[in-house]
Design a protein around this ligand. Sequence first.
Ligand SMILES: *Cc1c(COP(=O)(O)O)cnc(C)c1O
Length: 359
Amino acid sequence: MVKDISGNSFVEVNISIIKQNLKVLKEFLPTNGKQMAVVKANAYGHGAVEVARAIEKQVAWFAVNDVEEGIELREVGISNPILVFGVPTAETAPTYKNHDLTATVSSLSHFRLLNPGTDYHLNFDTGMGRLGLVQDEITQTQKAIQNYSELRCTGIYSHFATADNPGSEKAEEQLVRFKSICQNFEPEILTHMANTGGTAFYPEAHFDMVRNGIGIYGYAPGSTEIEGLVPAIRWQSHLVQVKQISKGETVSYGARWKAPENGFVGTIPMGYEEGIPRLLTGNMEVAINQQRYTVVGTVTMNYIMVFLGSSDIPAEGEPVELLGSRAMTADQWAANTQTIPYEIVTGISCRVPRIYKRD
Ligand SMILES: *Cc1c(COP(=O)(O)O)cnc(C)c1O
């Protein structure tokens, strides 16, 4: 259920910015370098179907976390190859073949699950410590590739734990390990390792293809900026109520904020249910017209309040920018709440309508 909060609150996704961000990342690659667009988690909250449709000609591959996300893309006619990062199960195994999704084999047990005719990529754990075959399993993996000849091994990959900033020794170690693992497999299969950080900061990790997630939505993965990336979303709401407040009166739960003077308070119908972290309490500004206003009092489930001062008071119904170039960005929200932009953008509720801007 997508709710229509007075029809006046939405996340605007700028498709041309996404396309431009892809180009910025492509600049790091050699001329024949391929891009895989990572559109898991509903394209990091941006809308997987709309994003994939907009960039299907611009990228070689798409990646998702589970088969359902892959099926969603197939059902709207996306024909690029799609890699599923997650693990196959007895229930999901047939869907790979039926929807032409490429599976990930990250455990020896996955070979016997997959149905004849399924394509797969091998995933080796070189130091992420999450999913993947380990170096000691190389020989058994080679045997399984032979034994399960009705499956098709079309790629090999690994995932960085620390590529979000340049100069990581751990990332270099993972790279060395991955290169030595790859030597045991057919050289013509597609080889890939770099996420956004690997793309920008570790040119040795580009191989045949890079996997770009956060960068295409406009954020660097860590504290090191990637020049040219621009956030693709603008979250807009409105003032649902404006009212007077006297000096000394308090706003919101816990009565933690006291009006410093007589003035006006505006209420905005978006809160932590919609994806504004409660930890932004005391740390957040929004934009109304060209001006920034401080959010006052605790962030509540479905509302935040702003102090509007005592002159030039914006009217009820006035648009309010929560995230965007005039307000704060998801990077700044993340910095103020000890998290990363990934969590901010994937945390915007799917009940907030997404609208798409294409110029
Ligand atoms: C999410 C993910 C990516 C994308 O990472 P970004 O930092 O968003 O570019 C790449 N590879 C794997 C295996 C992932 O899970």
